[in-house]
Design a protein around this ligand. Structure first.
Ligand code: ADP
Length: 485
């Protein structure tokens, strides 16, 4: 088979810019694009959420099928994203997907009660493609996270299955656990509901289904591939991961270097690159202005953009914010999620209005402006499968400060004297999940901030690193071919 003929269906529950809650959306946009540039006929399959239907263009009905347990026929639409190459298939079934609120939760943050059916049907439709029952007949179905975890199970128990499956884990902490009745509801093989299958402590685990039955498993960084084989990070599935370690590969995510490019980013006050790096300060000034932080020229500005969950290390940061502020530094935080964390942050912001700006919500524009305007970017995560913001930061000459875990460990090189000398240092790394360690690391970074020449060298090291998708896409292509051999 020549490379141009490789056909891949990439199935996901979110894809930028149609629908996004986190890094998975960025990957579902950028990886298929990179694969297409390398000659793969890759197409995306998504649920027909309202935002997806509204943004797609050139929509036509591709298939019209009856699929149990749904009462009415389900339509598979084919469309394109404006200006993009990757064709998108969308499952149009309004009572499942076309509603207010987010893809997984309603507007109060409560999980949709019919998520098993919503994502079970996403997997079931993907499996139809995998059985070659529909017009597009992929060689590979690339599944992503628990929402697509049932695809390999549906295929495994269908004698006619044609496609091979890859299951990518973007975050092991989200597992899709549902009552056992789901087996019958979705028409899964009763045989699959076993410890040696998709059963997990009496429940149906969508992620385990994928991890058990997929032909190959990938995760989004080499270190996370090791991490999930341990009880600390395996979220109860470390045993299965250890058993399948010979079919488990860590492939580092890339970043979309067009969307995240300080030379062309439409959201920035001023464009810049390595040659005119001092211009970056204009973005710092603009950010301080927008966020009503004091216009101090000398103060280091620390940025953070994150889902507000326990994973992201807010419990380490919150208690030391007063100490950071005392050094004269400023913080710009953008995030949403856990209501308690939102409130604690907002309370602190009201105490330090000129030095701490807390912005609750999802704001793409502000995210770009923080990346460009901040000097230092904080990611003190408890665990981090890959992480994208540390790579955006390096590209924007903003030094990341991260905990040594998962993809953060694979991408940021600590500013030790040796690493500074051999020109590999790109940021600051601390080890333990501990507030004091985070504070010492911030202090170490703030001290180096005063040494402008060395700081500049670290910025340049980061800005000249290659985080493009090409390398990773090539690794996925060799994996696909390996599975087809
Ligand atoms: P995760 O997928 O665990 O949320 P990643 O670092 O892999 O973490 O990806 C997060 C992505 O979501 C990044 O592109 C980040 O900029 C974006 N993001 C997270 N929260 C917000 C927010 N409140 N506003 C804008 N972008 C956000």
């Amino acid at each position: 088979m020549s490379e141009s003929k490789l056909r891949v269906l990439f199935v996901a529950s979110e894809a930028y810019p149609l629908v996004k809650t986190g890094g998975l959306a960025d990957v579902s946009y950028a990886l298929p694009n990179a694969l297409r540039h390398l000659g793969v006929d890759v197409r995306l399959l998504l649920p027909g959420y309202r935002s997806v239907l509204e943004q797609l263009s050139l929509i036509e009905v591709h298939e019209n099928i009856k699929l149990s347990p749904l009462k009415k026929p389900l339509r598979i639409l084919a469309g394109t994203m404006r200006g993009e190459l990757t064709p998108v298939y969308v499952i149009d079934y309004p009572s499942l997907y076309d509603r207010d609120g987010g893809p997984y939760q309603d507007s109060t943050g409560k999980e949709w009660e019919d998520n098993a059916l919503r994502f079970g049907m996403l997997s079931k439709v993907a499996a139809l493609f995998g059985n070659h029952s529909l017009l597009f007949k992929p060689h590979i179905i690339h599944c992503n996270d628990w929402q697509t975890g049932l695809v390999p199970t549906f295929l495994k128990f269908n004698a006619d299955h044609q496609a091979r499956t890859v299951m990518s884990v973007h975050n092991m902490a989200y597992q899709g656990l549902f009552a056992p009745e789901v087996v019958e509801l979705l028409g899964l093989s009763p045989e699959s509901f076993s410890m040696f299958g998709l059963e997990y402590h009496g429940k149906v685990s969508f992620i385990k289904a994928g991890l058990y039955y997929a032909d190959w498993i990938t995760t989004v960084s080499p270190t996370y591939a090791q991490d999930i084989q341990t009880s600390e990070y395996g979220c109860g599935l470390e045993g299965l991961m250890t058993e399948r370690q010979n079919q488990l590969t860590g492939i580092l995510n890339g970043i979309d270097t067009d969307t995240w490019n300080p030379e062309t980013d439409p959201y920035l006050a001023r464009h810049y690159n390595i040659e005119n790096l001092p211009v970056k300060v204009r973005n710092t000034q603009a950010l301080r202005n927008t966020l009503r932080l004091s216009p101090s020229k000398q103060a280091p500005l620390l940025g953070m953009i994150t889902r507000l969950t326990e994973q992201k290390g807010l419990n380490l940061l919150l208690p030391i914010i007063p100490s950071i502020v005392k050094t004269g530094a400023q913080l710009a935080i953008l995030g949403s999620g856990d209501k308690k964390l939102e409130k604690s942050l907002q309370k602190l912001a009201s105490e330090y209005p000129k030095q701490l700006s807390v912005n609750i919500g999802y704001d793409e524009e502000l995210a770009h402006q923080i990346e460009a305007g901040a000097h230092l970017f904080l990611m003190p995560s408890k665990f981090e499968p890959c992480g994208l913001n540390q790579m955006y930061s390096m590209r924007y000459g903003t030094l990341p400060l991260v905990r040594r875990t998962g993809g953060l460990a694979d991408t940021v090189v600590d500013a030790t004297p040796d690493n500074i000398n051999n020109k590999t240092a790109t940021g600051f790394v601390f080890e333990k999940n501990d507030s004091n360690e985070l504070l010492s690391c911030v202090e170490r970074a703030l001290q180096l901030f005063r040494d402008k020449a060395t700081w500049r060298k670290l910025q340049i090291n980061g800005m000249s690193s290659d985080f493009s998708w090409r390398k990773s896409a090539e690794q996925y292509i060799s994996l696909y071919y390996q599975l087809l051999d």
